[in-house]
Design a protein around this ligand. Sequence first.
Ligand code: DAH
Length: 357
Amino acid sequence: MDDLRAKYIEAIAAAGDEATIEEVRLAAVGKKGEISLKMRELGKMTPEERQVAGPALNALKDEINAALTAKKAALADAALEERLKAEWLDVTLPVRPQRQGSIHPISQVMEEVTAIFADMGFSVAEGPQIESDWYNFDALNIPGHHPARAEMDTFYTHRAEGDDRPPHVLRTHTSPVQIRHMEKNGAPCRIIAPGRVYRSDYDQTHTPMFHQIEGLAIDKDISMANLKWVLEQFAAAFFEVDEVEVRFRASHFPFTEPSAEIDFRCSWVDGQLKLGEGDDWLEAGGSGMVHPKVLQAAGIDPALWQGFAFGLGIDRLAMLKYGIPDLRAFFESDLRWLRHYGFASLDVPTLHAGLSR
Ligand code: DAH
């Protein structure tokens, strides 16, 4: 009986899973188990023998059953412990990026334009969007009576009663950044200044806030020819074509002399814009040789330095390149619009298209 006991207690202790436990249970106390068979033999014993063997067998059976139950519970605990370990989650891990957002076409075009000019050695300059009268107008040789100063075009900030300093304006163009940059850094310089500008305007192609990119290159011998080349390189790279002819149309800006409107050769085929070929011209912006008075206002000697400046409309470039028909949609925050025209965050700006040849 002691052998029997030792055999099964050991087998139970050694069992590593539920199936083995069940095997041990059947072998010991199952219907045909060794202990059960022994109990059946009690009937054949003498009453004296039975009195000894009966209680002993019963006690053994109880002991084995208890050991089985305990072992089962221990195995279940261990299994749970394993599972908890295996299914452990590190909630501090960063989430997998989900590409739900997209880049606004204006941001995309700003990136593209900036990258293209960076390739030509232009660095980025910035200025405030709330600008003084001086930087926005006077320093740029825009006189007090100029129509651009009229209330209907310019947003003026409010001055307190009795404060007669000229009010600040929401800058109407990126040109004041020219002055700020030259004042601070002197000549020579080669910068672009992309940014928001404001005018009191609202229709299909004008919004009260829009975006411009200003260009400025000052050195000893910079000419309109350099300006033309830079604009040609830019147009070809931006519109991703081999070549774009640039045409200068005589114009007037107070801050340049001579001044020229910039046109790119293009054609419209079935409402589709094609740059670089055809008999049409696309108006792209204004430009010219920086006016001596502007250099002077920025503390640069016009007898020593000269250079060109230009201003392009970013929104217009975006509309043309990506076929966006109505500027006002920029303000409606319609997600479907953004999904249609927006860019996946991994799209890289197209560079070098016009420069690598
Ligand atoms: N500031 C002008 C505008 O907003 C654009 C412009 C024209 C900028 C000629 C220039 C320039 O730098 O030379 O309409």
